[in-house]
Design a protein around this ligand. Structure first.
Ligand code: TYD
Length: 209
């Protein structure tokens, strides 16, 4: 279909967006599409990871334990490198494409809310995380995302509140526009549309890498 899908080099694709933007749904759908298109397996994964540091983070996000926001920043970055070294790079080395639901842009967009002055520090903490071939930022208004989350859930996670979601969305859009790494490609996709329409744009982008 395109050069990217025919290339020998496995793709590393990341999905980003505020909670409720649809990253999990679209990452799964894109994974199925890429497997079908390439007739090769794709490793679908997510952050926080299923590893030991990810387990701590999941407890903190469910409010079972509490850490200072600066400690959360360190844990997210540590979990990322553990995930990268133990899983992502292994798959890429074996020629398997990787789709990751959240990566270092989450660290910047979410953790910046607590301390905008710490952006440089957050960048440094994530400097060893290799750049993906493509980051798809699913953009959805915060109130739409909150409605989606609240529809299916009784308890909300740590960062799932409207005011914070608005700030995280602004951060994402700012970072995509003004702070991307020189070797980085970030594409903003309007996520406030029918799932099939969003997926169609995503597939086109992946095919263009
Ligand atoms: P989410 O991706 O919705 O996963 P789950 O379905 O397990 O709840 O939640 C992860 C939350 O963690 C989300 O609110 C974003 C936040 N987060 C950060 O703040 N920084 C990060 O670096 C990452 C990876 C996630």
């Amino acid at each position: 279909m395109s050069s990217a899908l025919e290339t020998e080099r496995p793709l590393f694709i990341v999905f980003e967006g505020i909670d409720g933007a649809g990253t999990t749904t679209q990452a799964q759908a894109a994974c199925a599409w890429l497997e079908e298109s390439t007739q090769n397996p794709v490793f679908l994964t997510r952050e926080p990871s299923q590893g030991p540091i990810g387990a701590l983070l999941h407890q903190a996000l469910r409010r079972r334990i509490e850490f200072d926001p600066r400690v959360m920043s360190l844990l997210f970055a540590a979990d990322r490198l553990d995930h990268l070294f133990e899983e992502i790079q292994q798959h890429l080395k074996d020629g398997v494409a990787v789709i990751c639901d959240r990566y270092y842009l989450s660290s910047l967009a979410y953790q910046m809310v607590d301390a905008p002055q710490d952006l440089e520090w957050l960048d440094q903490l994530n400097a060893k995380a290799i750049s993906p071939d493509l980051t798809i930022l699913l953009d959805v208004p915060a109130d739409v995302a909150m409605d989606r989350i609240c529809r299916g859930r009784l308890n909300l996670d740590l960062y799932e509140n409207l005011d914070r979601q608005k700030l995280v969305r602004d951060n994402y859009l700012h970072l995509a526009e003004h702070r991307r790494r020189p070797d980085e490609r970030i594409e903003v996709v309007d996520g406030h549309r029918a799932q099939e329409q969003v997926l169609s744009d995503i597939c086109e982008l992946i095919a263009s890498v």
